[in-house]
Design a protein around this ligand. Structure first.
Ligand code: ZN
Length: 96
């Protein structure tokens, strides 16, 4: 007997997603993107991750505020941080 996938309601999804803290990491320092891309293309993923982390100008804006007020359609959406202006994408949670 096949199990039926049960989609969560919007309220359930919002409650679940809010439990995960998602904050803006802020913009990258000038020139860091190029160095990070060089490390990535050289297969040095861990070094790239470390440089990315240390090159961020901490913002801390609560991104759940954006992610959970948009459509909960499971699709990828663009956003711009209202505090620091960083652009990004996120995959929305899916609700019925
Ligand atoms: Zn920000």
């Amino acid at each position: 007997m096949a199990t039926k996938a049960v989609l969560a309601t919007k309220a359930e999804v919002i409650a679940r997603e809010k439990a995960v803290r998602r904050t803006c990491r802020g913009p990258l320092a000038k020139g860091a993107r190029e160095k990070i891309n060089q490390l990535l293309s050289g297969g040095k993923d861990e070094a790239a991750r470390t440089l990315d982390e240390s090159s961020r100008q901490r913002c801390g804006h609560d991104l759940n505020e954006i992610f959970l007020t948009g459509p909960l359609d499971g699709e990828i959406h663009k956003y711009k941080c209202p505090s620091c202006g960083v652009d990004g994408t996120y995959r929305a949670a899916l609700a019925v």
